[in-house]
Design a protein around this ligand. Structure first.
Ligand code: PGA
Length: 255
């Protein structure tokens, strides 16, 4: 059975003190208040991962993730961080292909295929992001566009490798805009993605793949989004920066 997962993508936010405070609060709230089966992933700026790790000691439910990694293991790539480095400090997840990385840093489907390979080779779980622009949705090419993102970055993987991936559907027009996909729009895309995965890897692999929704998900809309049959949790930006809001989003997962 696939897992329910709520991941917080802090993006380029928080100073060290603020990051420590937020992690401590979230860990305590999750421990005290969340009873359902849900895995929580916190993705702070990479700079803080080592410092924050001890705050998660003994937590089975909360893990750390990075927001990106380079496709190469090491070398002359100034300013970059590799998958073996993340592994060496005990990070479990890595967000790959976020639309901001694609838009501002020019990441392509082909490059993301290499990043996914490196993450998997180092035992990290990629949270692979896909999603269309508003124009693509309005011109009704969104389903084909998102399908191609998966095909080009992921479908070279073996079924065994694919089983270690998480997908996040994040319509670009909903990220940080306050516009959320309706639960019907999210369900339509998630069901299509699951079917696309099944066409390549079979129904069992597709049924076991967690597909998260992201894009202005918050404590008000999370429960309805997460109640959709093919929505297995969320990738949360803005609402992950406040402990109470984020905990309420996590509590939106019903088992
Ligand atoms: P948002 O960001 O929740 O602030 O829209 C989501 C994301 O970019 O992962």
């Amino acid at each position: 059975m696939r897992k329910k997962i709520v991941a917080g993508n802090w993006k380029m936010n928080k100073t060290l003190d603020e990051a420590v405070a937020l992690v401590s609060e979230v860990v305590n709230m999750i421990k005290d208040e969340v009873t359902g089966e849900v895995d929580v992933v916190l993705c702070p700026p990479a700079l803080y991962l080592t410092t924050l790790k001890p705050y998660l000691e003994g937590q089975t439910r909360v893990a750390l993730g990075a927001q990106n990694c380079h496709e190469k293991a090491s070398g002359a790539y100034t300013g970059e961080i590799s998958a073996p480095m993340l592994k060496s400090i005990g990070v479990r997840y890595v967000i790959l292909g976020h639309s901001e990385r694609r838009q501002y840093f020019g990441e392509t489907n082909a490059q993301l295929a290499e990043k996914v390979n490196s993450a998997l080779a180092n035992g990290l779980t990629p949270i692979f992001c896909c999603g269309e622009s508003l124009e693509q949705r309005q011109t009704e090419v969104h389903l084909d566009f998102v399908r191609a993102q998966l095909t080009e970055s992921l479908f070279h993987l073996s079924p065994e490798q694919f089983a270690n991936l998480v997908i996040a559907y994040e319509p670009i027009w909903a990220i940080g805009t306050g516009l959320t996909a309706t639960s019907d729009q999210a369900q339509e895309m998630h069901a299509m993605l699951r079917q696309h995965i099944a066409s390549q890897y079979g129904q069992e692999v597709a049924d076991d793949t967690s597909i998260l929704y992201g894009g202005s998900a918050n404590e008000k809309n999370a429960a309805e989004l997460f109640a959709q049959p093919d929505v297995d949790g969320g990738l949360i930006g803005g609402a992950s920066l406040k402990s109470r809001e984020f905990t309420l989003v996590v509590k939106g997962v019903k088992n």
